[in-house]
Design a protein around this ligand. Structure first.
Ligand SMILES: *[C@@H]1O[C@H](CO)[C@@H](O)[C@H](O)[C@H]1NC(C)=O
Ligand SMILES: *[C@@H]1O[C@H](CO)[C@@H](O)[C@H](O)[C@H]1NC(C)=O
Ligand SMILES: *[C@@H]1O[C@H](CO)[C@@H](O)[C@H](O)[C@H]1NC(C)=O
Length: 479
């Protein structure tokens, strides 16, 4: 992590100078852009921009750390296996419906305050058709990410490997994920490799790169009956979330916003307040509007409460709250390890690596369970409605972990050694392009064999079909 930041500090001043000139110029024209984060921007949970995690990208979206910073030069990357969340997107239909609802409440306010007048004359431009689709800036998220990852591992992201179809691109069937995958491919082929428009087929080499849809892998949560019944469709599973919604912290925010809006408190509730907060986030993420009137409804204290509400939900629905949340992802986990295993097998036999680049595109709901399965960002105590006060030390913060375009990358290295054994295989993990220490060792690198041992329980004792089955069978022989 520090290495990347170090690199940033070293490189930034020059780049920043040049960019600041153009940005200042741009600002004076449009009045919207900035290389600084607005005060609420890091509290948007899963609706946080990627730049909040790596702020130097606001200055230069193509900046990367030097690849040698990862492992010594006696190690060469053999393979990269990634799980990537789609880029920034429009609100979903459900969210747009709630937006309209609070907008109507505000329109009925008789307050004469500037803020209320501003909100009343705000243009409700979100429409149902948008329904969670990838926005233009979300395409850029992906193109830039492709450029940076390829720059980080240039020996893997080569035109030759692309043409020989050694790169695979798997995606969830959702529009925003398919579009994200396409944008990533475009960023790789056009922006990074600078290949011309590729002809469809060319002497046995198919150069037309198409994403493969696989929901079993990327939307495993839709295929896990136990998860659906016990968590997703279960009215009491989100008990802590519901409790927090009517708890003292949330009530305080509701009261404050009601006063600001000049509407009766009973016309508002936690869901509507949250959607107002998200509108602030969407205006920033989609249109780069730094000071939308929606943001003026909240101060940082309120933002922390709303962030906690978001995290609480992610925790119980996608994270450590229930075991089935993470267990339902073990097929994806095993799939990742199979790729690593195959690459090690091939390398040991001096064969070419058949899949040096594996890119998989999904959702925050894909990444969070997988991270929880691996034991990452686990707080000692569960997140509860009563524990907002310990938020500042909380590890499970979705805005840090799974913002738009978040990405978990496994890098497999082959290392030559002077002593016996003459070679070994090492793995590193990157989360959002920062080294992610392994939870068992706190180290940022791990021998592949040790990693397999560390996770042998997941590799051997987690069978999705059984995990996700509602009624555990297998006791017949006792009858
Ligand atoms: C999805 O991927 C899994 C794991 O590789 C595979 O078993 C399954 O057949 C794939 N499904 C589709 C529809 O391609
Ligand atoms: C719903 O969730 C509650 C709380 O976790 C649990 O006690 C209950 O068994 C769940 N209901 C179903 C049908 O799984
Ligand atoms: C919640 O906070 C209370 C008071 O600070 C503390 O006693 C309790 O252990 C905490 N519980 C959890 C689950 O963190």
């Amino acid at each position: 992590m520090s290495l990347i930041m170090y690199e940033y500090r070293r490189l930034a001043p020059k780049a920043a100078q040049i960019l600041l000139i153009s940005v200042t110029w741009f600002c004076s024209l449009s009045g919207v852009s900035s290389t600084e984060s607005p005060r609420l921007a890091s509290y948007f949970g899963t609706k946080t921009r990627y730049e909040e995690v790596n702020p130097f990208l606001l200055v230069n979206p193509l900046l990367v750390s030097r690849k040698q910073d990862l492992l010594p030069s006696t190690c060469t990357p053999l393979q990269i296996v990634s799980v990537i969340r789609h880029g920034r997107r429009y609100p979903t239909q459900k969210q747009i419906k709630k937006m309209k609802q609070i907008y109507n409440v505000i329109k009925q306010s008789e307050s004469n305050s500037e803020l209320v007048k501003e909100l009343q004359s705000w243009n409700m431009w979100y429409e149902d058709w948008m329904d969670g689709q990838l926005v233009k800036k979300g395409e850029e998220d992906m193109k830039n990410l492709a450029y940076r990852l390829a720059s980080l591992f240039p020996s893997l992201f080569t035109a030759d490997k692309l043409k020989k179809r050694k790169m695979s691109f798997t995606t969830s069937s959702k529009h925003r994920c398919v579009d994200s995958t396409k944008s990533f491919i475009k960023g790789l082929t056009h922006n990074y490799l600078q290949l011309p428009e590729l002809p469809d087929a060319e002497q046995g080499e198919t150069t037309c790169i198409e994403p493969t849809v696989n929901d079993t892998l990327m939307r495993f949560f839709d295929h896990c009956e136990k998860f659906i019944v016990q968590v997703e469709d279960n009215d009491t599973a989100m008990h802590e979330v519901d409790k927090f919604k009517i708890g003292p912290e949330m009530q305080k925010v509701i009261r404050k916003v009601a006063t600001l809006l000049g509407v009766p408190e009973d016309q508002l509730n936690a869901d509507l307040i949250q959607v107002a907060f998200f509108t602030c986030s969407f205006e920033l993420a989609i249109n780069n509007i730094i000071s939308s009137p929606w943001c003026h409804l909240f101060d940082e204290e309120d933002a922390k409460v709303l962030e906690y509400l978001n995290d609480l939900k992610q925790y119980w629905k996608r994270g450590y709250g229930f075991d089935i949340n993470s267990r339902s992802s073990c097929k994806l986990f095993q799939h990742i390890f199979q790729h690593l295993e195959t690459a090690v097998f091939e390398s040991k036999r001096s064969q070419q690596i058949s899949s040096p680049v594996v890119m998989q595109f999904g959702h925050a709901e894909t990444l969070l369970p997988l991270l929880a399965l691996m034991g990452l960002f686990k707080d000692e105590k569960p997140l509860t409605a009563d524990n907002f006060s310990s938020q500042s030390e909380q590890k499970f913060r979705s805005g840090r972990i799974v913002p738009y375009a978040s990405n978990l990358v496994f890098v497999l290295y082959h290392c030559d050694l002077v002593e016996s054994p003459k070679e070994e295989y090492q793995v590193q993990m990157l989360l959002n392009e920062n080294l992610l220490p392994f939870p068992h060792s706190e180290e940022s690198v791990c021998l592949f064999d040790d990693l397999k041992k560390q996770y042998s329980h997941l590799l051997h004792n987690c069978r999705v079909r059984e995990e996700c089955e509602l009624m555990k069978t297998g006791h017949e022989d006792e009858l």
